[in-house]
Design a protein around this ligand. Sequence first.
Ligand code: UDP
Length: 328
Amino acid sequence: MTRHILVTGGAGYVGSHACKALKLAGYTPITFDNLATGWRDAVKFGPLEEGDLADRARLDEVFARWQPEAVLHFAAISLVGDAMRDPGTYWRVNVLGALNLIEASLASGCRNFVFSSTCATYGDQDGVILDEETPQYPLNAYGKSKLAIEQMLGDFGASHGMNSVIFRYFNVAGADPDGELGEFHRPETHLIPLMLDAIDGRRPALTVFGTDYPTRDGTCVRDYVHVADLIDAHMAGLKWLEAGHGSRAFCLGTGKGFTVREVITQSRAVTNREVPVIYGERRAGDAVSLVCGSERAVRELGWTPFRSDLTTMITDAWRWHQSGDYNE
Ligand code: UDP
């Protein structure tokens, strides 16, 4: 029997890696994507259903056609800078999109839901190692929209029996260890791909956003997690739901933070090339330090993030960056 999983955002960076893992585990991933920031050629492991989460009728059609047994919801808009400029779009696209998706899922009888949330729901809690018990105080409409969806899932759990696993991502990095998929955003805003672009001359330089933060070297600290490890957690989350354990939130990071300067130093070592750098102003909306404890995911999901050291993440990202698939 074919087992279908609906993957919203399956044409994007994290979603495409999830589709590969689902396929390898014997499921058929059904990608639902409007291709606004995703790529048709990243959909390699199952069918693509083009559509927008704002379109409830289209969602109902897709649920009726494939009868998915679970939803993995990656699709979202996720740029903090844009969210500061245009909060309305973040509330509309992320929150209303998720509401349509949850209601369409329940209407079709599908009650297992895995949701991509974010450390941006915590805001800036200087020096604290964040975990699932830490109160959430998001600072911008992006983080707030994700927190609203977490709360919405709680309500639909209580009233309609929706079971959800919520993953709060820290900084996802790296690429498929087989080199088949990788990170390609346009516009690109993330540190590691921008740095690799600067290293191989696709961009003149990397601008470091702020050198006067209260950290060990003045640049922001982030907890980087390998995309393949992150997807391992999603597969374990799916099993958790299938086993009927109910709803749960998990932080996905490594408990170790690296500064922007440390990432640059490591990239020099991995690529054996210079990184052209410009030291610039702080970027609006950036938290000083975001590091999480992931004991809960380790203990309850049996999660082992064994690829999430900087060397492996940059090596995998660099391999894909240099491949023919990484193109304008
Ligand atoms: N960063 C930077 N220059 C860039 C992009 C990012 O200095 O061109 C910094 C950013 O200020 C943050 C870290 O790198 O401290 C990670 O940023 P990214 O956008 O990759 O992820 P975020 O933490 O915003 O989700």
